[in-house]
Design a protein. Structure first.
Length: 685
């Protein structure tokens, strides 16, 4: 059975009421519908509706909707494949292993398994060394850092002995791993002979002698895991008194490998993931010692970057956790904080509420929680500043605002920050904050002067915002924030070259082809909805369109009637028009499967479909009279628009003493009839 067939079979067998009923108390709401208080936001009156027949849920409060898969993904913070496995096991659908793999694919999977086993064996070796006589110094250091026995076990902390080949000997002799695999993981470093380093010029016939040695020596070892909790890399902290280490490098992380790409990994992600929903957010620090200290101090929802800037991959990981808040716990002027400021557009585009926790001078999260305790750190989270405000404050503080040239630069940078904010209310608040900040610098002497200066500053700020918008600054910054992710394709290939891999170029070409295809397909929608930009569409018209969508999706007999009597160009909302186009593609007389239909739509359109399909207004089939009334409301809205435009044109001509043609008079008369005006417009020459 193909994977898509397996997914469909699980969906067919799964009882969404049974699944969601394990998390919330559902109560019958008529027919196959059930209601409860929403599990995704706080509410007292139930607005969360589940339909057993249609197989999906929708919250009329927070607008979240989906099927059995998306519910488990949201509730358990797990990826789709894990939700699929859980439901497959529950409803007796066997998920087949991948078949018909090429020899290269089989070799790749086999090699990855071998490398993971090397890392697991290395972690076990380091833990044994930590517990033995050789680990006395490491245990003493851990004790001084206040790491409890539970924390040491939770994080699998170990010790790399002060020797050149103890790990190598264990991996090769005890476990039987190949030297190639141990080098590929980064646990061993290969050292070439002198003859190899100069190309074998003086000893071309001499057999090459391979030499390798342990990467980590006399270090406290921290395993780094993937999302499933498997060791894929290590971090090592230098200890005092070693003879064979390089203590000038305080921290060393594993090199990039087939298993480990630091721009795609957050330390302790698999430990923090189940805690995020319980604690309404995730804390990000710059290093694993800070993360471990916060776990130790009562904040197990903490992750850490690994010596790299926050990337688009990291933001995607955070988004999957569905946190209410993301707390950045970096040193104020650190590289990590500067990188986070560059990544701000990515946070904004993913609708993440990001706040900055201010660390007092001389403190990092580790020292702060040890000095002020859990209560003090919790207060720090409570006082955290929204990222946008932190960025604005940083701009103001980094410029001499008494200098006009410096102030102009600051205003330009501040405009970029404000334009990165998508929420209109939040954006307005920061515009006022910026205006007030600039106004306080000028210190007007009286009320009249204060009002004049405020008006002038507001105009200047709006001018900067418009200039940045015209230059499409927000889009450009979003592309720049994503740029580090694009560099991931420029990795050396397995045969040594540094050129870009052909696979990346191939997929890039495919993405471009798909994008062109999507643009071509959406031409119809864009052309039909060019006029759908007015913000003043009455609520009754929007509700009428939603009712018509519900009828189209629920009753095949009425779908063709609505498609015929309300053409695409008449729909006032682009998302509604997207649903109309998808419905137009369903065969005449064929019932719509809501789950399959939703697969054709974007996220916003999916939410509308769930909302209208679960609306109590559609519990009974509507009559022709009711449907015609809904269609008339939409058409009347456009008739009013046309009337206003024609009246404006004719009135303008009269005021300018220009001639109104007979055709224009006829258009005006038609517009007035369409809106059922009883008195014709008096056209005078």
């Amino acid at each position: 059975m193909a994977q898509d067939q397996v997914t469909e079979e699980i969906r067919r067998r799964a009882d969404i009421v049974e699944i969601i009923g394990q998390y919330v108390q559902l109560k019958p709401a008529g027919g196959d519908n059930f209601k409860a208080c929403c599990p995704f936001h706080d509410e007292k009156t139930p607005s969360f509706t589940v339909s057993r027949d249609k197989g999906f849920y929708h919250c009329f409060g927070c607008k979240k909707s989906g099927n059995c898969f998306t519910f488990l993904m949201e509730q358990e913070n797990i990826p789709f494949i894990d939700a699929k496995k859980m439901l497959g096991e529950r409803y007796g659908v066997k998920i087949p292993e991948r078949r018909e793999m090429t020899a290269e694919q089989k070799e790749e999977i086999s090699q990855r398994d071998r490398l993971l086993k090397v890392m697991a064996a290395s972690a076990h070796f380091y833990r044994e060394q930590f517990a033995g006589n050789a680990g006395l110094i490491a245990r003493d250091y851990a004790r001084k850092r206040g790491l409890s026995r539970e924390t040491l076990e939770k994080f699998g902390i170990g010790y790399a002995p002060d020797a050149w080949d103890e790990l190598k000997s264990t991996l090769l002799r005890k476990y039987g791993f190949s030297e190639d695999d141990c080098i590929a993981t980064g646990m061993l470093i290969e050292k070439k002979s002198d003859e190899e380093e100069i190309g074998g010029l003086f000893a071309p016939d001499k057999p090459k002698q391979r030499r390798s040695y342990d990467r980590y020596r006399h270090r406290l070892m921290f395993p780094i895991w993937d999302e499933s909790g498997r060791v894929i890399a290590f971090g090592g902290r230098a200890l005092e008194g070693g003879e064979n280490d390089t203590p000038d490098a305080k921290y060393i992380n594993s090199p990039e490998s087939e298993l480990f790409h630091k721009s795609q990994v957050l330390f302790a992600w698999h430990l923090a993931r189940p805690e995020v929903s319980k604690r309404d957010g995730v804390i990000i620090t710059e290093g694993y010692m800070d993360a471990i200290a916060l776990h130790e101090g009562g904040f197990p929802n903490t992750v850490a970057t690994l010596g790299t800037a926050l990337t688009a991959n990291h933001v995607a990981l955070l988004k999957r956790m569905a946190p209410k808040t993301v707390w950045l716990c970096f040193d104020g002027d650190s590289a990590g904080m500067r990188a986070a400021l560059r990544t701000a557009p990515l946070f904004a585009s993913n609708s993440l509420d990001v706040r900055v926790v201010a660390m007092p001078d001389g403190h990092d999260p580790d020292t702060y929680i040890r000095e002020f305790g859990q209560e003090g750190f919790a207060q720090g989270l409570e006082n955290a500043v929204p990222l946008a405000r932190f960025r604005l404050q940083s701009v103001v503080n980094s410029h001499d605002m008494s200098d006009l040239a410096e102030r102009a630069v600051a205003m330009h940078e501040a405009a970029e920050i404000v334009n990165d904010i998508s929420d209109k209310i939040e954006r307005e608040g920061y515009v006022n904050y910026l205006v007030d900040t600039l106004l306080n610098l000028e210190r007007p002497t009286n009320r009249n002067d204060w009002e004049k200066r405020r008006t002038r500053i507001e105009a200047l700020v709006e001018s900067e915002l418009r200039a940045d918008s015209t230059a499409q600054g927000a889009s450009q910054r979003l592309r720049e924030a994503r740029a580090p992710e694009a560099k991931l394709g420029d990795k050396p290939n397995r045969f040594g070259g540094g050129e870009k891999r052909q696979k990346s170029a191939y997929y890039q070409q495919k993405d471009e082809e798909r994008q062109r295809e999507r643009e071509k397909e959406s031409d119809d929608l864009r052309e039909a909805t060019q006029s759908i930009v007015a913000p003043d569409v009455p609520l009754g018209v929007v509700r009428a369109e939603k009712n018509l969508i519900g009828i189209m999706l629920g009753y095949a007999v009425w779908r063709e009637y609505i498609l015929e009597h309300l053409p695409l160009a008449k729909w006032t909302n682009e998302t509604h028009a997207e649903i109309y186009i998808a419905a137009r593609g369903v065969a005449e007389g064929e019932d719509i499967n809501p789950m399959e239909f939703n697969g054709l739509l974007g996220r916003e359109a999916q939410q509308i479909v769930a909302e209208v399909m679960l609306s109590p207004e559609l519990s009974a089939e509507s009559t022709e009279e009711v449907i015609n009334d809904w269609i008339w409301r939409v058409e009347y809205h456009w008739a009013l628009q046309t009337e206003a435009e024609v009246l404006e044109m004719v009135t303008g001509k009269i005021q300018r003493r220009e001639e109104v043609t007979e055709d224009e008079k006829a258009i005006l008369a038609g517009a007035l009839r369409a809106t059922k005006r009883k008195v014709a417009f008096p056209v005078e020459q």
